[in-house]
Design a protein around this ligand. Structure first.
Ligand code: NAP
Length: 245
């Protein structure tokens, strides 16, 4: 039986809950953090009874940077694994018109997640162990007219995680960047993504667990996206700017 803790930041997300269940199945105790803990208490009870592990819920708003240190102090134990699934797609057209809407998307996908992971990174470095997992996006691999505000924030997160991995790999701390492609979730409810390009939260969690065990660095949850993004990145800019992707 594992006595380590995993912390899920953004635990109202179906992906976050699927990850919590997957790791609980392996015996990890689970800390769930979300803006509104009332929305996650049922999941906490389910995980606890299903897998007979310890589970706790914590109030957490990633945009409230000044609360981050206190949030970490209130955790029952410094976790061995922290997963941030926090993100906000937003409405791209609105973000193009309204800089405050754009700023919210940028801060929710980059500034907030990077800031809390940075704090955990320092704690983990001091302890000399731990894994930090950040859910970024293939949208961060190339700016596209249809979602470059969300994409640029994810790009920032991807670069941040890469640097963090580079800094911490000799300190016993592992950093994983996750690039999911489409996942069936609240975020994609209105998009209706093609099934070939889309995975379930459960598949996401299974794949993430396998990659965690293998200590992978950058994960494409659905391998098809590795090839899609390879091609998209290769398109010369003078052609790319004429496309509507
Ligand atoms: N679904 C996809 O196809 C897809 C593709 C690529 C990447 N991703 C990434 O995967 C992650 C999970 O997304 P999802 O599909 O599960 O969508 P989701 O259900 O909308 O999950 C987003 C999560 O972020 C949380 N969050 C947003 N702002 C927050 C804040 N200020 N403080 C704390 N939590 C906050 C949300 O909490 P609330 O419930 O309180 O809003 C929610 O738990 C995101 O990072 C997303 O960008 C998803």
């Amino acid at each position: 039986m594992n006595s380590d803790w995993i912390l899920i930041l953004g635990a109202t997300s179906d992906i976050g809950i699927a990850i919590a269940n997957r790791f609980a199945k392996e015996g990890y105790n689970v800390q769930l953090a979300a803006r509104n803990v009332n929305r996650i208490d049922n999941e906490r009870i389910n995980i606890c009874t299903r897998y007979n592990v310890l589970t706790t819920c914590h109030e957490f708003d990633v945009l409230n940077l000044s609360s981050h240190n206190q949030f970490i102090k209130t955790l029952p134990e410094l976790p061995q694994i922290v997963v941030s699934v926090i993100g906000l797609l937003g409405d791209h057209n609105e973000s193009q018109r309204d800089i405050f809407a754009a700023s919210l998307v940028m801060r929710s996908n980059y500034e907030g997640p990077a800031s809390i992971l940075a704090l955990f990174a320092n704690h983990f470095e001091k302890r000399g162990s731990g894994t930090l997992i950040g859910v970024s996006s293939v949208a961060g691999d190339r700016g596209r007219a249809s979602n470059y505000i969300y994409g640029s924030a994810k790009s920032g997160l991807t670069t941040f995680l890469s640097g963090l991995r580079n800094r911490l790999h000799k300190k016993g701390v592992h950093v994983i960047t996750v690039k999911p492609g489409f996942v069936y979730s609240a975020m994609t409810k209105t998009i209706n993504p093609p099934s070939l390009l889309t995975v379930s939260p459960k598949t996401f969690a299974n794949r993430l667990y396998k990659c965690f065990v293998k200590r992978r660095n950058v994960i494409f949850i659905n391998a098809i996206w590795l090839y899609i993004m390879f091609i998209i990145k290769k398109i010369p800019e003078f052609i790319f700017k004429r496309t509507s992707l």
